[in-house]
Design a protein around this ligand. Structure first.
Ligand SMILES: Cc1cc2nc3c(=O)[nH]c(=O)nc-3n(C[C@H](O)[C@H](O)[C@H](O)COP(=O)(O)OP(=O)(O)OC[C@H]3O[C@@H](n4cnc5c(N)ncnc54)[C@H](O)[C@@H]3O)c2cc1C
Length: 436
């Protein structure tokens, strides 16, 4: 790129590729810097149906239809007693092709998204680390990047989009991260070949299985090539304090979850064990003058309902629209670039509340038995239809299931205040020999 780009994007994950593509589609020059060489490993394999609308704008749907990614039509829950809920089939609720989504291998999906960005005119460089964002008079004006050979250079632009994932470049620079005091969890996972797979339209279902002691839950995500991603999520202290051997901890938790034990009984483990502290967090603001954050660089929610990639795509889209609008009217102020933030947070809060209800003992089965008319609205939430207050009719019905005297569960912006904490940044521990 000879002249300066209009927009710089830091990071080439789903959020960065989305924002970059949508800005470039409108004729602006976009340069994206990704520190890794793709394909690279990433967790976050299960998509939910509402990703469809952003993927459509990106021009990704036809490409995804040609892949071998496992088709996902539903989600299902197994409670601590091993009782399987009826599947929540997305199609029953919304008979549209958006109701079929995918279980993706992220190294392949993210590379497709980045190459798609290139096809839309984004200049994307891999192996290039953004070391810092340059500010002049409280405005972001560019970045300092470190090339593979260690040399550094400055690149200037009118807007910087931070899509740096959990490493959260600007979130750390300005100490904007607030940890969620309730969702302080960790995860350990691995990959199995030949694990039990359901058949027919249930083959691609995500299954969420509670452990018998209700301390944690497993995800079971069938991938192509006969692999299944199976991981356990539980409170951080429970999973890691005094339990330093990930393999041993994982095996102990499998013992506590007979339904998972059965699924892997004849399977072969084909990778080591991965671990992460997946504390949930959010930044206190989404933008500043000349900059905006998207995806995990802005916030991360517990992966119980597989909402991460949707939120990355959605925030990438909302930010891109705000950036394009701002560039056209020559306004790249905080108010312009971050105007979408409050409504986005309300949507994330709906998913967060459903997550907190689950950890608080909420039973989908009990709700459905008492309020069968709400199955559609609950499915709406599970597909990621989070940005419409119509879905709020589920909360009073959920509250009616509470035992007498129990307090309302917290909302992000009401009830329990969020606290600034001093936890280390989330870190992904890769097993020996795994490619980062
Ligand atoms: C245990 C676990 C399970 C999950 N399961 C699911 C799931 O089933 N479904 C789902 O939808 N989501 C899931 N998620 C969430 C999902 O992984 C994330 O929400 C999603 O990857 C966010 O996308 P992103 O583009 O914001 O960040 P990322 O995908 O992390 O991309 C950020 C990119 O920025 C690059 N980068 C970082 N810093 C710099 C820098 N300084 N310079 C240049 N490049 C940089 C990184 O290399 C990376 O490629 C899960 C998360 C966890 C922890």
């Amino acid at each position: 790129m000879n002249s300066s780009p209009d927009v710089i994007v830091i990071g080439g994950g789903p959020a960065g590729s989305t924002a970059a593509t949508l800005v470039a589609q409108q004729g602006f020059k976009v340069q994206l810097f990704e520190r890794m060489k793709f394909p690279r490993f990433h967790i976050g394999e299960s998509l939910i149906p509402e990703t469809y609308w952003v993927l459509e704008r990106l021009g990704m749907l036809e490409k995804l239809k040609k892949t071998n990614f496992v088709k996902k039509y539903s989600v299902q829950f197994v409670n601590a007693m091993g009782k399987l809920s009826a599947p929540f089939y997305f199609w029953d609720n919304k008979p549209h092709e958006c109701s079929q989504t995918w279980q993706v291998v992220r190294s392949e999906f993210d590379e497709m998204m980045l190459n798609n960005a290139r096809e839309h005119g984004v200049e994307a460089e891999e192996g290039v680390h953004v070391r810092d964002v340059i500010f002049e008079n409280d405005h972001a004006v560019g970045v300092i990047i470190r090339n593979e050979d260690g040399s550094e250079r400055e690149v200037r632009a009118r807007v910087v989009i931070d899509a740096s994932g959990q490493s959260g470049l600007l979130q750390h620079k300005f100490k904007l991260r607030i940890w969620d005091p309730l969702l302080n969890k960790g995860a350990i996972w691995t990959y199995w070949e030949g694990a039990y797979r359901d058949t027919g339209k249930d083959e691609g279902a995500t299954i969420v299985l509670q452990t018998a002691n209700k301390q944690g839950w497993f995800w079971n995500i069938p991938l192509h090539d006969n692999r299944v991603s199976i991981g356990v999520v539980a409170p951080f202290d429970y999973l890691f304090k005094g339990r330093n051997d990930h393999e041993k901890t994982y095996e102990e938790e499998v013992e506590r979850c007979p339904a998972v034990k059965e699924r892997v009984a004849n399977a072969k483990r084909v990778t080591g064990y991965f671990a992460t502290r997946d504390y949930s967090y959010r930044a206190t603001k989404v933008a500043g003058n000349g900059w905006v954050m998207v995806g995990d660089a802005f916030g991360f929610l517990d992966p119980l309902y597989s909402s991460g990639v949707l939120l990355a795509l959605k925030s990438g889209q909302l930010a891109a629209d705000a950036v394009v609008d701002g560039l056209r009217k020559n306004d790249v102020s905080e108010a312009q670039l971050g105007a979408w933030g409050p409504a986005f947070n309300v949507g994330v809060d709906r998913m967060r509340r459903l997550v907190c209800e689950f950890y608080d003992g909420f039973s989908f089965g009990a709700l459905m038995r008492k309020n069968p008319e709400l199955r559609g609205t609950v499915t709406d939430l599970l597909i990621g239809d989070l940005f419409d207050e119509r879905v709020d009719c589920v909360w009073p019905a959920i509250e009616e299931l509470y035992p007498e005297g129990k307090k309302l569960p917290m909302g992000w912006d009401g009830g329990t205040p969020m606290e600034l904490a001093t936890h280390k940044a989330n870190e992904l521990v890769l097993p020996d020999g795994a490619r980062p």
